[in-house]
Ligand binder design. Sequence first.
Ligand code: HGY
Ligand code: MN
Ligand code: MN
Length: 391
Amino acid sequence: MWTALAALGRSASSGGYFRQPFATAERECHAWFAEQAAARGLRLEHDGNGNTVAWWEPEGATGKAVLTGSHLDSVLDGGAYDGPLGVVSALAAVDLLRDRGFTPGKPVGVAVFAEEEGSRFGLACLGSRLAAGTTTPERARELRDPAGVGIEDAMVAAGLEPDLGPSRWLQDVACYLELHVEQGRDLVHRDEAVGLASSIWPHGRYRFDFTGQANHAGTTAMPDRHDPMLTYAMTALAAAKQARLSGNRATFGRIDVGPNATNAVPSRVTAWMDARCASDDALAELVATIEKQATERAGRDGTEVEVRVESVTPEVVFDAELTGRLAHGRPVIPTQAGHDAGVLADAGIPSAMLFVRNPTGISHAPDEHAETADCLAGVEALADALTELTR
Ligand code: HGY
Ligand code: MN
Ligand code: MN
């Protein structure tokens, strides 16, 4: 399974993945998933949000389902494991349970959530948020990708039938268990192959619009400029400093300059900040401090800055009872990465996460990696957990 999936959407130059939702490579991944589901006799269900679930409904299975799975979309130039490891491991866990002769007493679903990374439409976990009803169809319809395309047009272009809104099948789910490659080195330090998640830090995405005065790069003396690039640059430095001082995270990884000309002082700079903090209050304070310093700098540069909140995700604490039942002495660790499991937990569906050791901790980059032995340990842990939850 891994070999077949690994080829889809992979850049020949960087080795990274470009699996943006409803675009070609991601649709190839969904076609791969449909084949894998059919090969296992799993019933495929699509909701109107671009999410897919493969159901294992053995004779006699009753009651609310146990859902597992993850996502197949990637960040731009992302790694192979973030998302796909959870989907492949879920299918492999079904195979392992069948090899063991185990038949679940409850239905088991393997979910593939759409646009988990928010790398096309800007809102992370868009598929699961729509399915859970924590983001409205109206909000989703406002979103645009960098080319100005909206989610419904993108879905139609991919041959899907958009029908945005809460997913009926989510009402039949008792709990959600997502396996994911760890995006850090906590398990490396603990010398453990598999761990669980205790919580997800609060995190948000903020759009900064810096506007100034376009001018000639040669004939305009430095004191006469109103250069938004300088205001942006100081803001990026201030964000890094404030995050470092407070032990939190702030990142400017995406920037758009107008007119983006070598020999002109830019008229505008749009930049997106990703901020993540240990508490909701710390997040609000960090963003407020950075916004204040940006505004002060704009005053000195004679530029303007406007900050818009694109998304804020409060802290998520995973279901302690469920996590406790599945831990079996394994480490239970916090993460700063958002996940669909966090969205479902926030929507009241008891959720837990299994982490698989990542030797370098690198993620959202082509070098993301996990050892096969650790991945197989993850499959075993997932199969044991599904047994525990569905016997
Ligand atoms: O950005 C995140 O935290 C997640 O990987 N979508
Ligand atoms: Mn992920
Ligand atoms: Mn990710």
